[in-house]
Design a protein around this ligand. Structure first.
Ligand SMILES: [Zn+2]
Length: 237
């Protein structure tokens, strides 16, 4: 759908559109944890996993607008089947939806385990969410922690691979799952470090702007619309 043209025709002003992960990357780059970093990957880990690149200070869309789909990079070729048709995608292992699903399956098949989590959900398996899994893990539930550890490992492996391939300075992680606590972050950072080459340097930090990151990014997109393109600006001098 030609959304940009529709908006421009309707409101009679220049319009710019982008997906939420790219907009969030732009927001964090300009106003948040990416301030001062020209090369970064923003990753949102919530029900799914999405990503947006900022390279040389600009959104990098790729040749078809598909850049940043880190959620469907494969971290375990023998892993579970993903909705995209492949196996062991990062999203299939690290996203909130699948954290909850794995915890549910393990609670079903391991009767004596996960007592804290079982209490939190009142023994109602349908009530399992990623948030409750991380809450249970924080309270010392081994089953919940193991589920979360797999998720953190998968995310870290994806980050390490992306670091090797593109060599950004910083990875910024947002989305509900990344609120899982220090132990989860340790696993993510360790797996990323172990996957990347020793010569490849980067850091992995939490997002600053939370759920508002795409809105801040949209403001930047609007601002860019009102500015003449760079080559015209530089041609003046
Ligand atoms: Zn996939």
């Amino acid at each position: 759908m030609p959304l940009q043209e529709i908006l421009e025709a309707e409101f009679d002003v220049p319009a710019s559109i982008d997906n939420d992960a790219n907009a969030a990357a732009l927001g964090e780059h300009r106003f948040g944890a990416g301030l001062g970093y020209e090369n970064l990957l923003y990753i949102t880990v919530s029900t799914g996993v999405g990503g947006g690149w900022i390279l040389n200070g600009q959104i990098w869309h790729g040749s078809e607008g598909m850049a940043g789909e880190i959620g469907h990079t494969v971290v375990d070729p023998n892993g579970p089947a993903c909705t995209c048709g492949k196996r062991g995608c990062l999203e299939r292992l690290a996203a909130g939806l699948y954290i909850a699903r794995r915890a549910r399956e393990w609670l079903e098949t391991q009767p004596g385990q996960g007592q804290v989590l079982r209490r939190l959900i009142n023994d109602d398996l349908e009530a399992v969410t990623a948030q409750l899994v991380s809450q249970a893990a924080e309270q010392g539930d081994d089953l919940a922690w193991e589920v979360l550890e797999i998720a953190g490992w998968a995310l870290g492996v994806g980050i390490g691979n992306a670091a090797n391939l593109v060599n950004p300075q910083r990875f910024i992680l947002g989305g509900g799952v990344t609120k899982a606590g220090g132990r989860y972050w340790e696993v993510v950072r360790r797996a990323a470090r172990e996957t990347a080459m020793p010569e490849v340097h980067f850091d992995v930090v939490p997002a600053d702007l939370g759920d508002d990151a795409p809105l801040w990014g949209a403001a930047v997109l609007a601002e860019n619309c009102l500015r003449p393109p760079r080559f015209i600006q530089s041609a003046r001098f």
